[in-house]
Design a protein around this ligand. Sequence first.
Ligand code: LMR
Length: 333
Amino acid sequence: MRKLIWAAASIAALALTGPASAQSPVIIKFSHVVATDTPKGKASEKFKELAEKYTGGKVKVEVYPNSTLYKDKEELEALQLGSVQMLAPSNSKFGPLGIREFEVFDLPYILPDLKTLRKVTEGPLGLRLLKLLDSKGITGLAYWDNGFKQMSANKKLVTPADYQGVKFRIQSSRVLQAQFKSLGSLPQVMAFSEVYQALQTGVVDGQENTPSNIYTQKMHEVQKYITQTNHGYIGYVVVVNKKFWDGLPPDLRAACDKAMKEATEYGNSQSAKENDDALEEIRKSGKSELVKLTPAQDEAMRKAMMPVYKDVAGRVGQPLIDEFLKETRGTTN
Ligand code: LMR
């Protein structure tokens, strides 16, 4: 009898402390939608390497790139259900979850450079935004960079008038929808994994993305022109299932936190170069013409998109937009 109770007690103890104290490692499934050879792909591989190292193999990270496990919308649902533990969706993809505030990062020309971005992501505002995710059963761990977006199409896009009636694929962000509407274009929400084919078959005429995403998805092979607008930013929020994260033994969570911090530093120190290199590869391929805007053309694009700030104030929140601008420009609009 005594033996039986002891056996039951040890099984209960194992269950309480979780699988890490048994022999099998804790598995973190990390799903994302881009190629491995991108800022996000590389940062997630770095996190895997460091988390496994710092936990002495007690945590194993399985990275699933290129939408092999889940596409955009599904991946957030899978995270909430616990089918995957970690993701890094772009700021633009949290709206359908009911968290609209991250769309502030989508406002056209809101970030002049990465240094300015850090003021937000590493400051109190960035922290407060991450906290909003708690109510959805999600913990926000870090901000990862991709970079600045370029416009691509089979038509040469130079002036705002060129955008009239052009069908653009967008991420699931109302700010991006408003941005293209301000140019008279026809925006269409679509999962990242479907963009190449949609461009190839003419379901949409164009899209906006960073050079690294354009190059690794081969979009430049099915787009005649890429206009170097740098009109917006794509970055990511690394998120983890809250119940899973809170349930990790404290020593493993601390080791994973350290791994995340270092992977973030690594990824964010490489992102600009990766995008520069991708742009160079696109240029060398000769498949797509890179179009530069003159200062006057750039100014015209900025002016055309400015109404977006007013259009989305009700959705994102004017106080948040003002706070963001104060951080990034030291002024409000
Ligand atoms: C997109 O959907 O265009 C991007 O957010 C993909 C990504 O994760 O970089």
